[in-house]
Ligand binder design. Structure first.
Ligand SMILES: NC(=O)C1=CN([C@@H]2O[C@H](COP(=O)(O)OP(=O)(O)OC[C@H]3O[C@@H](n4cnc5c(N)ncnc54)[C@H](O)[C@@H]3O)[C@@H](O)[C@H]2O)[C@@H](O)CC1
Ligand SMILES: Nc1ncnc2c1ncn2[C@@H]1O[C@H](COP(=O)(O)OP(=O)(O)O)[C@@H](O)[C@H]1O
Ligand SMILES: [K+]
Length: 464
């Protein structure tokens, strides 16, 4: 599992190490990791041109020590000191001693890489004009030190100007900005340098293949269909029968013992999935995908069964109070905006805050769909999904996801984990199917069993 810690948690853990190692040792470790990552990124060090943008704090210190290391190995390193007098003194001395050059902004030359050491976890969002001017002058890939300067480290928000990096080399642990959009998009690839920190439990996490594999329900040797769980679907409508079909295909991925369908699209559902049966007892309901005007009644009927419910799309419009059963709500940004009565743009610029707020307000797990889907539990953890491809942004993919997550709930996963595992599996299936090309929602649903099979047999070797 990848864990993202807050600035406060990182500082506390760093303080413990700082108290027991010699002065500067932690920064040397960070800068050593940064120099190696830069060498890998450049492909060669001798003769490579490197431009450091150095701010006033320790982030600039990291950049200077790494620059010194590259200069000693034959790189031509220039540094613009944006912090003036407050530049990290020991780092600057080491840098000069290694042959690194200090240049004025007007002297900036062509370079092979820009190293963003402007600010790290001590920064407030935004970039000063001088930093922006230098960034505008160069056209080269950017490697960010710890975080892309200017983003909000703890929330992943980007309310002001910020660096957009090709690679971010971070230290000790990930921070929320490395996982959560929009800041995560400004990080490029993320490389973590271990500092040996002893860190507490993180509130923002991203499941990886081994955890998803361990969480996936699978039949015991003596299983029968009812022990594996039965999921019921009250989805689709006369207007949107296709949503019922896609939800049914997502639910029929083989992770649950049986799928029931109740609604007006029975004929269409049976035409694609003859194994699906009608009304009866279930361990979880999926309600609302393409539900149109039929969603209100479907929701009330599902609640009456007193089992966990996944509420999607039109079902969310009828939710004005916390659901009376354990629930997973699966809005996209527009639907979450309507639930919270805020503009869609607010949700898109601050997805973490709004997913958490909805989870607290509705007392339910909230899965906010998007490039980096978030699954928030009330007052607790947020799971960030890192699998997937932009080709997944296609009509009906959400219906498939709803069916899949509902099946996982029926199989016994608590709502937040059903959402985290389901979004991971759907994203992985999409990447396997079409990392670089188009896909449809029906193809996505049909790819899920194969992805699950590969995950169970060889978790280390997928394209996830
Ligand atoms: N604590 C440690 O010993 C270690 C710290 N490390 C590095 O140190 C960084 C944190 O260092 P600091 O606490 O010194 O803080 P930063 O280097 O992140 O920045 C603080 C300085 O930047 C200024 N500043 C804040 N926002 C700004 C903005 N938007 N534009 C321009 N200037 C701004 C502040 O006035 C302050 O002088 C980490 O991100 C990491 O890179 C690593 O070397 C690992 C070890
Ligand atoms: N840019 C993107 N990159 C990766 N995945 C995305 C992106 N945009 C949307 N998705 C995913 O695609 C799916 C779309 O779901 P949704 O918006 O509900 O579509 P629909 O309602 O048409 O089924 C979700 O799983 C979402 O996380
Ligand atoms: K930085």
């Amino acid at each position: 599992m990848r864990e993202a810690h807050t600035v406060e948690q990182v500082r506390a853990a760093e303080d413990v190490v700082l108290a027991r190692v010699p002065d500067g040792a932690l920064m040397q470790r960070a800068a050593g990791g940064l120099a190696s990552a830069l060498a890998d990124f450049l492909g060669r060090v001798y003769g490579a041109r490197v431009l450091l943008l150095v701010g006033a704090g320790n982030n600039g210190g990291d950049a200077l020590y790494a620059g010194a290391s590259l200069a000693r190995r034959g790189a031509q390193v220039d540094a613009v000191l944006l912090g003036g007098e407050r530049t990290h003194a020991a780092g600057l001395a080491a840098y000069r001693a290694a042959g690194g050059q200090v240049v004025e902004p007007a002297q900036v030359r062509d370079t092979d890489v820009v190293v963003d050491g402007i600010v790290g976890i001590g920064g407030t969002p935004g970039l000063r004009a001088e930093a922006m001017a230098v960034l505008d002058m160069v056209d080269a890939p950017v490697v960010a030190v710890d975080v892309p300067s200017g983003v909000d480290v703890d929330t992943g928000e980007t309310p002001e100007a910020h660096v957009v990096a090709d690679l971010t080399v971070t230290f000790g642990t990930l921070k929320p900005c490395h996982l959560i959009d929009p800041a995560a998009q400004a990080c490029g690839a993320v490389h973590l340098v271990d500092l040996g920190l002893d860190l507490p439990r993180a509130d923002v996490v991203a499941l990886q293949a081994p955890e998803v594999r361990a969480l996936l329900p699978r039949p015991t040797p003596d299983a029968h269909k009812y022990t594996r769980g039965v999921v019921g679907l009250r989805v689709g409508s006369a207007t949107y029968p296709g949503a019922a079909v896609l939800s049914a295909l997502g639910a029929s991925s083989g992770l649950v013992g049986m799928v029931r369908y109740v609604g007006s699209a029975t004929d269409q559902v049976l035409a694609v999935a003859p194994e699906i049966v009608g009304a009866g007892r279930v361990q979880a309901w999926v309600v609302g995908s393409g539900g149109g005007d039929e969603a209100a009644e479907a929701l009330a009927d599902a609640f009456a069964d007193e089992v966990p419910v996944l509420i999607d799309a039109d079902g969310l419009r009828h939710l004005d109070a916390p659901p009376p059963v354990p629930a997973l709500l699966t809005p996209h940004a527009g639907e979450l905006a309507a639930m919270l009565d805020v503009p869609r743009d607010d949700v898109e610029t601050a997805p973490l805050r709004h997913a958490r707020e909805a989870a607290d307000r509705f007392g339910a797990a909230v899965l906010l769909k998007g490039r980096r889907t978030l699954v928030a539990e009330p007052g607790g953890r947020v799971y960030v999904n890192t699998t997937g491809t932009p080709w997944l942004a296609t009509a009906g993919a959400g219906d498939v996801l709803g069916g899949l997550c509902g099946a996982l709930m029926a199989a016994g996963l608590e709502p937040v984990l059903a959402g985290a595992v389901g979004s991971w599996v759907a994203g992985a299936a999409a990447s396997e199917l079409a990392a670089d090309g188009p896909l449809t929602a029906s193809q996505l649903a049909r790819a899920i069993p194969g992805t699950v099979r590969r995950l169970l047999t060889d978790p280390e070797d997928g394209p996830w």
